[in-house]
Write a protein of this length. Structure first.
Length: 271
């Protein structure tokens, strides 16, 4: 047996690293955070008493929603398929727009270095404006219907996809790209033969994830007249048709769950 003594167990306080050697500074930051949170509660008019008084009304509506109204099930399913189609076409449009912009935004492969930051700013604008807002604008421009929803989904998705793609491209090891460039290959060949085979599974996985998200977001675009099952959802709420509303909610849950499972399975096969 060794004569060395076992090291004594030293308890480390998990709070101490956060406080550090400046407890006054820590307390000041904590108080500032609590003050900001209190101001946010005031601005959102947070009121538990109103919630408690509204629960019986919500329970009454839930009771009126049973049993679900399936009289127009065929129409509702067609609207749900319209929502899925809107997400598919919108995501495809987003991919087509994102493809050139992700190259400009990726610092390691951008053909014009000074375009890197403007491309990033433009993508931030597309990401910053929600598809709901884009759809509202396009309803005014092209009229009611799913086409406005497709345009809204496409523009917002392009910013998200291009940003995530550019970050995936920038994370690639530079060795293969430099080796391909040293052989005399032009930029297009470097991207085609050295970059894309390495990052394509990640790019496809990102596109699938955005499509999955777009299916969920497309369900509410009908509120602004952009078609899909969201339009039926709004009509049912306006008419206080709770049984029909419950049927729509069930269809949305089934649709979103199925899309989530399909997208997850495809992404697992890619990565």
């Amino acid at each position: 047996m060794s004569g060395k003594a076992e090291p004594a167990f030293v308890y480390e306080d998990p709070v101490r690293p956060w406080i550090g050697a400046r407890p006054v500074r820590f307390v000041a930051i904590l108080l500032a955070a609590l003050a900001i949170y209190a101001i946010c509660l005031v601005y959102v008019d947070f009121d538990l008493e109103r919630l408690w008084s509204g629960l019986p009304r919500l329970a009454h509506w839930a009771a009126k929603a049973w049993p679900p109204d399936t009289a127009e099930l065929d129409i509702l399913i067609r609207r749900a398929l319209e929502t899925v189609a809107m997400a598919v076409v919108g995501t495809t449009l987003g991919v087509l727009i994102a493809a050139p912009f992700c190259i400009l935004a990726a610092q390691n492969i951008t053909p014009v270095s000074w375009l890197h930051l403007p491309a990033r700013w433009f993508l931030n604008v597309l990401r910053g404006i929600d598809s709901f807002v884009f759809a509202l604008l396009f309803v005014a421009a092209v009229g009611l219907g799913p086409f406005a929803g497709v345009l809204g989904v496409g523009l917002h998705s392009s910013g998200t996809i291009a940003k995530l793609w550019s970050e995936a491209i920038e994370a690639v090891e530079p060795g293969p790209l430099e080796a391909a460039a040293m052989t005399g290959a032009n930029r297009l060949k470097v991207i085609s033969y050295a970059l894309l085979p390495d990052v394509m599974p990640t790019l496809a996985s990102i596109a699938l994830y955005v499509w999955e998200f777009n299916v969920r977001s497309s369900t509410v675009l009908g509120v602004v007249g952009a078609g899909g099952i969201g339009q039926e959802l709004k009509n049912s709420v306006d008419l206080l048709s709770f049984a029909r509303l419950f049927t729509i909610i069930l269809i949305i849950l089934v649709m979103v769950t199925a899309i989530d499972q399909i997208s997850a399975a495809l992404r697992r096969r890619l990565l």
